[in-house]
Design a protein around this ligand. Structure first.
Ligand code: FAD
Ligand code: SF4
Length: 506
């Protein structure tokens, strides 16, 4: 008997493990308190993972595999993964144990350490999901995502002509992908599912699992099967891809996912393979070039082939030290309004309330609204990480950490991005429509009613000058700051100091 462990984010039906049925192999899947409790998750996230795991176990059983699935009720006697595994090895009289490489450092080290003490043969196999190996940081050009991405475009022959050159003569159409959403632009209704998960919800309540955010257990909107994930992909291609790149940086209260795909949960749980998504997008664009420009599909593919693989490579190269980085020495606690959305800043309020309601915010909300605010306010990266790791349905540490600590908080000193993603209210006004209805004045740089993003932006640059002053990409903002009169600078800094003292009241 060989016992094979499948973790909750390893729902890869295409894995070579499943090519043949073998009565001497048993697949073990378990809902674990260790996983519900390592951080406080959004309720929809726990429901979606457990529902998807149950559906995957049922599909494996139907396909003729032998499966042992333990619900939270059944796994309750074992407080953590090692004790549960030890008990199951014993119960099945297993002669071998195998597991797929976990994506999280936390689980990888736990399993490796535990398995090293076993007397029976063990095997760790690849999860067969990513397009680069774990040590991709060393194998690909890694100084910037763009070079990493180009190498992968060539390796997987994505959007290339017959000479191996990028279609359209350019690798990157990012400059064309920064439009504000016009009021007249219709937004496609997001495709949601109505998965009935009230039994799981009741089980979470029974076990006292602490969660954040709201959930409708009669109609969980996230895809929990491969079939639903494929439907979401098809919906994205038909309705969102035609404008994906153009509006990928847009902010709007008119929708909660705009032209974004919401495929991150399906990919991070491995119900969808990234190459499958990339190839589908390329094929759909090829068949619809009259209505979809190259810039749209290139922008989408870059997120998956470029950013997704790049952050994973960075994560595995730099962990575990990465999760302690704090280059800017940020120390403030996260304001309470991150947990309830009660703030007068209209843009922040919308992003947080939407996150609590949907367990989702699109990239620009995460980066330029909530992340930008936390960066400017000097919130400790540990606190920012805890929030991002819990609140989003797609949040798994390998992808959350480099995005939060690195890209959004610049805590890694510039490994993810060459400069901090810091902006004043002007950027948010340019990309969104919140400012008109906001309590604060976006044009004002100082004074009690001035947009907090303005004074905090200058204060951020001013207080971090020793660390950021030599960054060539910040030369212009520093020159702008130096060009202001001492009185102007003093008024801005005084306003910012006041905001920083009273963050909870913003
Ligand atoms: P789309 O905009 O439709 O993009 C398509 C796909 O590209 C995504 O599904 C995702 O797989 C990939 N992608 C896009 N941007 C990135 C990126 N920067 N890094 C890695 N993959 C990317 N993504 C997560 O999957 N989990 C997280 O926990 C997470 N935390 C984040 C925290 C912060 C502070 C920031 C700034 C970004 C974070 N991201 C995270 C990246 C990105 O915001 C999400 O992948 C994206 O918003 C998911 O929505 P979508 O599927 O609609 O994406
Ligand atoms: Fe956000 Fe400032 Fe605009 Fe208000 S004024 S919505 S705080 S950018």
């Amino acid at each position: 008997m060989e016992l094979r462990l499948i973790l909750g984010d390893q729902l890869n039906a295409g894995h070579s493990w499943f090519r043949t049925q073998d009565a001497a192999v048993c697949y073990l899947m378990a809902e674990l308190r260790q996983e519900t409790d390592y951080c406080r998750h959004h309720r929809q996230k726990v429901l979606a993972f457990f529902a998807a795991m149950r559906a995957f176990a049922a599909a494996l059983t139907k396909a003729g595999h032998r499966v042992c699935y333990l619900t939270l009720d059944e796994s309750a006697p074992w407080p953590d993964l090692p004790s549960l595994l030890a008990a199951q090895l014993e119960a099945y009289q297993a002669e071998r144990f195998a597991w797929q490489s976990p994506d999280e450092w936390r689980l990888a080290s736990q399993l490796t350490q535990w398995a090293s003490g076993l007397a029976i043969p063990t095997a760790e196999v690849d999860s067969e999901h990513f397009l680069t190996p774990r040590d991709g940081w060393r194998r690909y050009p890694h100084s910037r995502m763009e070079f990493f991405y180009r190498a992968l475009r060539k390796q997987y022959r994505v959007l290339l002509d017959e000479r191996g050159q990028p279609l359209g003569g350019r690798w990157n159409f990012d400059a064309e992908n920064r439009a504000k959403l016009p009021a007249s632009q219709p937004i496609p209704a997001p495709l949601t599912f109505a998965n009935e998960v009230s039994d799981i919800d009741a089980m979470l309540t029974r076990h006292g699992v602490a969660t954040i955010g709201s959930a409708d257990a009669d109609a969980l909107p996230w895809p929990v099967t491969r079939r639903q994930s494929r439907a979401l992909l098809e919906h994205f291609l038909a309705h969102c891809l035609p404008h994906f790149g153009r509006y990928q940086d847009a902010l709007s209260e008119r929708g909660w996912s705009l032209f974004h795909s919401r495929l991150s949960f399906s990919m991070n749980s491995k119900m969808l393979h990234p190459l499958e998504v990339i190839r589908a997008a390329q094929a759909h664009w090829q068949a619809n070039q009259a209505t979809i420009s190259l810039a749209q599909v290139e922008g989408f593919i870059r997120q998956i082939l470029g950013w997704r693989e790049f952050v994973r490579a960075l994560y595995w190269e730099k962990m575990p030290e990465y999760r302690r980085t704090n280059f800017l020495g940020a120390e403030r606690p996260l304001p309470g309004f991150f947990w309830n959305g009660e703030t007068s800043m209209a843009c922040v309020r919308h992003a947080i309330r939407q996150s609590l309601e949907h367990a989702y915010a699109h990239h620009i909300q995460r980066l330029m609204v909530t992340g930008n605010f936390a960066l400017l306010a000097g919130i400790h990266p540990d606190e920012v990480d805890t929030w991002y790791l819990g609140i989003y349905v797609d949040a798994i540490e390998w992808v959350e950490l480099p995005n939060t600590r690195g890209m959004s908080q610049f805590a890694d000193g510039g490994l993810m991005g060459s400069k901090p993603y810091a902006s004043s209210g002007a950027y948010l006004e340019r990309m969104g429509h919140y400012c008109k209805g906001c309590h604060y004045q976006v044009k004002a740089r100082s004074g009690p009613d001035s947009c907090p993003f303005n004074s905090l932006y200058w204060h951020f640059l001013w207080r971090n000058r020793d660390k950021l002053g030599n960054n060539p990409r910040l030369a212009l903002p520093y020159a702008n700051w130096d060009g202001q009169t001492t009185e102007q600078q003093q008024a801005i800094l005084t306003t910012a100091e006041h905001h920083l003292l009273h963050l909870e009241r913003l």
